[in-house]
Design a protein around this ligand. Structure first.
Ligand code: ADP
Ligand code: MG
Length: 239
């Protein structure tokens, strides 16, 4: 399966709380081509996670337009969103263990993720061993999670998100709790996944060094997407 493209125009998201509304995104325009790897860079509170959750179909836009592949996310009902999540989008939320079943083996973690996809929409899922291989964990299929390094756990979280071979992979701060070696492992795994199966990737980070290692960086500030750029061009904006 090849990667899905993404198109957002005038995208607005407002969290409605008792008494006051929080405008998390205020008019985001963003186009991502099929197979691109994009780093979404911005300070804490700038709206990165909100945008990622909208792309995942976990939140609904308050206004504007949002399309992922053939899915018009402003029109899909809950059932349509659930189907899209199960077959086309993989998300890794911040903190590797929040994506994993702590007492199941790596291979069973992937199998469990596939069960949900199969129940909702897909029969043609990849071999779970092949999925572990993609993220460099072929030899750790049965290793208890507590014996994996933090970098390995994060790569497993990516593998779990890839269980249904999604066209769009969304990563929220995938390297924020890792040392340099772990960070490099995760970035290499993401690069492999993109090269080998063509998945479109959006990785959120607040770390300019991580963003600079990705082919394209988009900056976000106060709920707006700012300067777009290729490698390095955005440092002046963020500094
Ligand atoms: P980032 O991931 O860049 O740190 P977020 O998308 O988490 O930013 O947050 C953007 C803004 O929306 C912030 O002002 C944050 O406080 C607010 N926000 C995030 N999640 C919620 C929520 N569930 N309810 C209310 N406000 C929220
Ligand atoms: Mg966040």
């Amino acid at each position: 399966m090849s990667g899905l493209d993404v198109s957002a125009h005038g995208l607005v998201h407002i969290y409605r709380l008792e008494g006051n509304d929080v405008v998390a995104l205020s008019g985001v325009d963003l186009d991502i081509a099929s197979g691109e790897v994009v780093g979404l860079l911005g300070p804490s509170g700038s709206g990165k996670s909100t945008l990622l959750n909208l792309l995942a179909g976990l939140l609904r836009p308050s206004a504007g337009r949002l399309r992922v592949g053939e899915h018009d996310l402003t029109r899909l009902d809950e059932k349509g969103l659930a189907r899209m999540r199960a077959s086309d989008v993989g998300i890794v939320v911040q903190g590797a263990m929040r994506n994993l079943l702590p007492y199941a083996s790596p291979i069973d973690n992937v199998r469990f993720a596939q069960r949900g996809a199969r129940a909702i929409s897909r029969a043609d899922l990849p071999d779970p061993h092949e999925v572990l291989g993609l993220v460099g964990l072929a030899d750790e299929a049965k290793t208890p999670l507590e014996r994996l390094t933090p970098g390995q756990r994060q790569r497993l979280a990516v593998g779990v998100a890839l269980g249904c071979r999604p066209g769009l992979l969304l990563l929220d701060e995938p390297t924020s709790q890792l040392d340099h070696a772990g960070r490099d492992e995760v970035l290499a795994a993401v690069d492999d996944v993109n090269r080998l199966i063509g998945t479109t990737v959006v990785a959120v980070t607040h770390d300019p060094e991580v963003a600079a290692r990705l082919p394209r960086t988009v900056t976000i500030r106060d709920g707006r997407v700012g300067a777009e750029g290729r490698r390095g061009e955005d440092f002046a904006v963020i500094a």
